[in-house]
Design a protein around this ligand. Sequence first.
Ligand SMILES: [Zn+2]
Length: 303
Amino acid sequence: MSDDIPFDKTFDLVAGQAREIAPGVRAIAAGNSGPFTFRGTVSYIVGRGKVAIVDPGPDDDAHIGALLGAVSGETVTHVFVTHTHRDHSPAVPKVKAATGAKVFAEGPHRRARPLHTGETGLLDASADFDFRPDVALADGETVGGDGWALEAVATPGHTANHMAYALRGTDILFSGDHVMAWSTTIVAPPDGAMADYMASLAKLAQRKETLFLPGHGAPVRRAPAFVRHLIRHRQGREASILHRLAKGAADIPTIVKAVYIGLDPRLAGAAALSSLAHLEDLVARGIVATDGPPSIGGFYRLT
Ligand SMILES: [Zn+2]
């Protein structure tokens, strides 16, 4: 299913070792590799002397120590957070305490929609509910530092509060988990929403930046074309779901089996949630029906 996307699964950062990957931008990976985090969260240091950190990462003392070590002798004036998953924001309090930096983000963690009656927050364990920015950013707002400026680009979908950051005057955009070179992102209700995600992809496909620096994995090169691949991929998934439903009503496990051929079993839960995200969107558009609100245990049929 994903053969159409030109993924780049290379990764040459060594956890804990900062490296300049673009003029004025250093990257440093945390040691939290896994099926959802690939080779670990990548934190970025922007500027020299008086710097910003984008995504301090997980609450992992080895990573926080390496990150602070990489900026020793410099001043961290700003911290930017792309979104409030536990692999991106929980290092903020310790980095803030050590540096006095001001913290910028879209806002605290929140769901894309309220929980339905009887629904549990399936993703609660992955969210950092404690995070609070010092400054809440609106879409399009620019924050300037010493020799750099970052423009906030609201990109909800993976989470409701996902923010990308464009490095003004350059070709670079920090894309968080919204656009990554190694894999598609997870769009899982109730925290994420497919309609938002697709709108955010369309928004980034229109931007001028061509080098995206993501929260995991290698940089995304020729980013607008890559983003168009992601859009087509999701449109293909949606078509596969509709194709399955054309054969009769089905529950999500049946849909996952039909749509995700050769799925890594560790990702079965994510595939179910991703299917739910598509089905929510299809129900909202009046193409698919279900009894009650779209749920993980529901049965779905074409209208
Ligand atoms: Zn992440």
